[in-house]
Design a protein around this ligand. Structure first.
Ligand SMILES: Cc1ncc(COP(=O)(O)O)c(C=O)c1O
Length: 401
């Protein structure tokens, strides 16, 4: 469905609130509450343990990580059978990276950039420390990545869309560059999946990972996903060799043997209630044409940038203007960004703040329209014009910013 007035009606948003933070936590799909209630009462409550084989409306809870994985796969350009859900994104980063390194055994360097999400870099640091043997993480500026792909690089590990600025890397071009240099490419699609069309197969990504609680609207704590390219799926070695990635989990063999293709990237028991919420969210996505979504997203972000720049000269655009160089968020730098964002939230415009000075606004055509953009711009102009960030009530930082 690319009728975005119709998709908007499928979300339960508090009246009067303009939610520009779906890039961090997507809103509640109306159908999710009933779906989760059904999973709790009719399935967990009545089916009890038999739900593993007949829950989730029939296929069984155990089948959901692959079934829902394929539905996420469509949104990132993956063929069915090569995307699976589970765990958190940080865990999936670790898995993808470990498997990619093992496929390049003669090289020791993971190349990434300083715009990457810190958890990705932390996981790489943890993995290199664990592996020893000279493995190292090399971090360069985003603009220097292409030229830094040297002959010692085993894996290029990047997040396609920068979580702070919204800057977008060229996935096919950098992957091609990595391949030409004999390296593999691992892509984090946390800020891409559901934000813009992604083509992991066409772009020849070796591994891709992402989360489902941002643009995909799966709810807080929704499981992550991992994609393994078909050419690697049967040879990728799972570093996290949990029982549900075993070729025959219920044989309870004492020795690990990896399951077929993407199944081997499963680790342990899947989060059944979270998957029920995610299933309701994916029902909305199933009908969305990604090209239409992208066109609508760019129209919204262009409108927002023009409106804010005209009204708020003190805000500096941090997001690239070129369409092909950005995702579906717009960020502005402002020295008092934290207080300004709290003032906006108090007036019903919800974005968020990323240290040191980034005010971040996410745009999702599924539930944000041009009227919302215009109303948000008016509130931002008021907050900035009246210097409302100066209010001491807006200076105390909460645990989550
Ligand atoms: C780009 C990126 N990578 C990794 C993560 C970490 O995800 P998780 O907390 O699900 O492990 C995030 C979280 O926001 C992210 O934005």
């Amino acid at each position: 469905m690319s009728d975005f007035a119709a998709t908007k009606a499928l979300f339960d948003l508090p009246p009067g609130l303009i939610y520009l933070d779906g890039n961090s936590l997507g809103p509640l799909p109306r159908a999710a509450a009933a779906r989760v209630a059904q999973a709790v009462t009719a399935e967990w409550g009545q089916m009890l343990i038999t739900g593993w084989n007949r829950g989730a409306g029939g296929p069984g809870w155990m089948a959901q990580p692959s079934l829902l994985g394929d539905r996420v796969g469509r949104l990132i350009g993956a063929a069915p059978g090569f995307t699976v859900l589970g765990d958190t994104l940080s865990i999936k980063v670790f898995q993808a990276l470990a498997a990619a390194l093992a496929l390049c055994p003669d090289r020791r360097v993971i190349l990434s950039d300083d715009g990457n999400f810190p958890s990705d870099l932390y996981m790489a640091q943890g993995l290199t420390a664990l592996l020893g043997q000279g493995y190292a993480l090399r971090v360069v500026a985003p603009g220097d990545v292409a030229d830094a792909i040297g002959p010692d690089v085993a894996v290029l590990m990047l997040t396609e869309v920068d979580y702070r600025t919204g800057r977008r890397h060229d996935l096919p071009a950098l992957t091609a560059r990595a391949h030409a240099a004999g390296a593999l490419a691992v892509w984090d699609l946390a800020h891409s999946a559901g934000a813009l069309p992604v083509d992991v197969a066409g772009g020849l990504a070796d591994f891709a990972v992402g989360c489902t609680y941002k643009y995909l609207n799966g709810g807080p704590g929704a499981p992550a996903f991992i994609y393994v390219a078909p050419r690697h799926a049967d040879v990728a070695q799972p570093a996290l060799s949990g029982w549900l990635g075993h070729e025959s989990p219920f044989a309870f063999d004492l020795t690990y043997a990896p399951g077929p293709r993407i199944e081997r990237m499963r680790v342990g028991t899947p989060p059944v209630l979270q998957m029920a919420a995610l299933e309701a969210a994916l029902d909305i996505w199933d009908g969305v044409d990604m090209a239409a979504l992208r066109a609508a997203s760019l129209a919204l972000t262009d409108r927002f940038i023009a409106g804010v720049e005209a009204a708020c000269p003190m805000l500096t655009l941090a997001t690239p203007r070129a369409h092909d160089q950005r995702g579906s968020q717009v960020s502005f730098r402002f020295a008092h960004g934290y207080g300004a964002m709290q003032a906006l939230i108090a007036r019903g415009v919800i974005g968020d703040f990323r240290s040191p000075d980034i005010m971040r606004f996410g745009f999702t055509p599924l539930f944000i329209d041009a009227g919302d953009v215009d109303r948000a711009v008016a509130v931002i102009a008021d907050v900035m014009g009246q210097r409302l960030w100066d209010n001491p009530a807006y200076q105390t930082r909460a645990a989550v910013t």
